[in-house]
Design a protein around this ligand. Structure first.
Ligand SMILES: Cc1cc2nc3c(=O)[nH]c(=O)nc-3n(C[C@H](O)[C@H](O)[C@H](O)COP(=O)(O)OP(=O)(O)OC[C@H]3O[C@@H](n4cnc5c(N)ncnc54)[C@H](O)[C@@H]3O)c2cc1C
Length: 455
């Protein structure tokens, strides 16, 4: 007898799950209904800063698979349809057609919750003024581009110094705006330690971004309904357009109302197969769940597309009758400010302290190529290792070409729970155009191993 899978949310996690389930089970065995309240499926929000910045010319190149393409694979995709209730005991969801307002119930044998995360939008005077934009969806990106095209003024303020704020500040510089970035932290990129964040600040200042750290936004000043300035605890900054990049929270209102288990961050709690804890026929993945941090052993909310796609794959395998697990993450992420690349994995100093770990910290300067090879550029690597055992705890890198992807060496070492001493003998590739004979990550590992011995 055919079963029905219902998917809520048709982007990275939801449609990866639906597609993988369809690969394993044909339409005779499994019917799939997916509800999406937005206008797009399977799109890359990650590409929005580059589309706004002009490096990516067409919005549609950010769409990995359209609704029609999913439908051609026998997935009943209902666009513009918002799920408003999950009835767990009845095994059904209620959805509202956003155009007509009509509501219908759809039964499920298996349910996937992939509702993503909601951008944080502080309740400030003027926050809904024309010219204040988020960048969560392709519609948001288009609305921002339309505003930028129509503007005569060229002053932009970006609120939030996380990677989205930093990437959007660069995008606006590329479009010829004078950009101020306001952030309440002591340095931008709070996913790094402040000493490494200071290097990001320098990179931003070097391309002309006015970085205002330690400043909280208190209001958006408006004129005739349009943004005119951003008021902070220390200044009033004139603005023709404002971009919000303050962070996101798991979109789990539906799950909460249905009585499903949530963690401290509000993200859904799952087992390793991405099944919602205590519910055999409900799975959840992507930005709406908490994940296990393999380094600290704690669960955290880390909203990244790279996780969402893997969650979807694991969920689809489980739904389709196979077996797969998602073991957890080490917290790897990367970004850039023009030519300066920024990457991190594992624990920052404050994470290690919060986990009760004792550790040593080293910072080294090296270059991305052999020093004598043309184009060798500086790179800073920070490494944390556990005192005594010498286990690698975290790495942060800021540098130019080839810097960011070096963090993957550390991500693998963290996953394998290597010590920094073991890392020093890793057989990494070397030729002068790509690396000094001792790769910067190995130089940091040698210094960290020495610090562990001395600690
Ligand atoms: C500007 C930007 C840049 C980014 N850059 C990177 C990057 O470089 N690297 C990286 O790894 N990650 C990046 N991310 C994060 C990445 O885009 C997300 O982690 C990823 O999209 C999460 O996928 P998801 O499927 O869990 O959620 P989402 O992509 O948020 O999809 C959830 C979907 O569910 C729908 N939905 C929600 N509730 C309902 C409901 N009740 N009924 C029907 N539909 C519903 C939503 O409309 C949405 O389409 C970036 C994000 C942004 C915004």
């Amino acid at each position: 007898m055919s079963e029905r899978l219902v998917v809520i949310g048709a982007d990275a996690a939801g449609m990866s799950a639906a597609s993988q389930a369809r690969r394993l089970r044909g339409p005779d065995e499994l019917s799939i209904v997916a509800f999406e309240r937005g206008h797009f499926t399977s799109f890359s929000a990650c590409g929005i800063p580059y589309w706004v910045g002009g490096q990516v010319a067409r919005r549609d190149s950010l769409i990995a698979r359209t609704a029609e393409e999913h439908r051609a694979r026998e997935i009943d995709l209902r666009m513009g349809a918002e799920v408003t209730e999950i009835d767990v005991s009845g095994g059904r969801v209620r959805a509202r057609d956003l155009a007509s307002g009509a509501e219908t119930w759809t039964g499920y044998d298996k349910l996937v919750i992939a509702t993503g995360a909601s951008p944080i939008r502080p309740d400030l005077p003027g926050i809904d003024a024309a010219g204040v934009h988020g960048v969560q969806t392709l519609d948001d990106g288009q609305a921002l581009l339309d505003t930028l095209e129509a503007l005569e003024g060229r002053r932009a303020v970006v609120v939030g110094g996380g990677y989205i704020g930093v990437e959007m500040a660069e995008a606006l510089i590329r479009r010829g705006f004078a950009v101020t970035l306001v952030d309440r932290g002591s340095e931008p990129m709070s996913t790094l330690d402040p000493d490494m964040g200071a290097l990001v600040r320098k990179a931003m200042c070097d391309i002309g971004i006015d970085v205002r750290s330690g400043a909280e936004v208190t209001a958006i000043r408006t004129d005739g309904g349009r943004v005119r300035a951003v008021v902070t605890t220390s200044a009033e900054i004139p603005a023709d357009v404002v971009v919000l990049g303050i962070g996101v929270a798991p979109a789990t209102d539906l799950a909460r109302a249905a009585g499903l288990p949530l963690g401290e961050s509000g993200g859904l709690l799952t087992d390793l197969a991405m099944r919602v804890r205590g519910f055999d026929n409900i799975w959840a993945g992507g930005d709406c769940v908490e994940v296990l941090d393999l380094v600290s052993g704690m669960t955290r909310h880390i909203p990244l597309g790279t996780h969402a796609n893997k969650h979807g794959q694991v969920i689809g395998s489980g739904v389709g009758g196979g077996y797969a697990t998602f073991p957890g993450v080490v917290g790897t992420a990367m970004s850039k400010v023009c030519e300066v690349e920024v990457a991190r994995t594992g624990l920052r100093e404050k994470d290690a302290r919060a986990a009760g770990l004792q550790f040593v910290t080293v910072v080294i300067e090296s270059t991305g190529r052999a020093g004598y090879y043309p184009g060798a550029e500086p790179m800073t690597v920070k490494m944390l290792a556990e005192r005594g055992a010498g286990r690698l705890l975290g790495v942060q890198i800021v540098g130019r070409e080839g810097a960011a992807k070096r963090v993957d060496i550390a991500a693998v070492a963290l996953t394998a729970r290597m010590t920094v001493a073991q890392m020093t003998m890793l057989d990494l590739g070397y030729a002068p155009p790509f690396s000094p004979v001792w790769d910067p990550v190995l130089v940091a590992a040698r210094k960290a191993a020495a610090a562990v011995r001395d600690s």
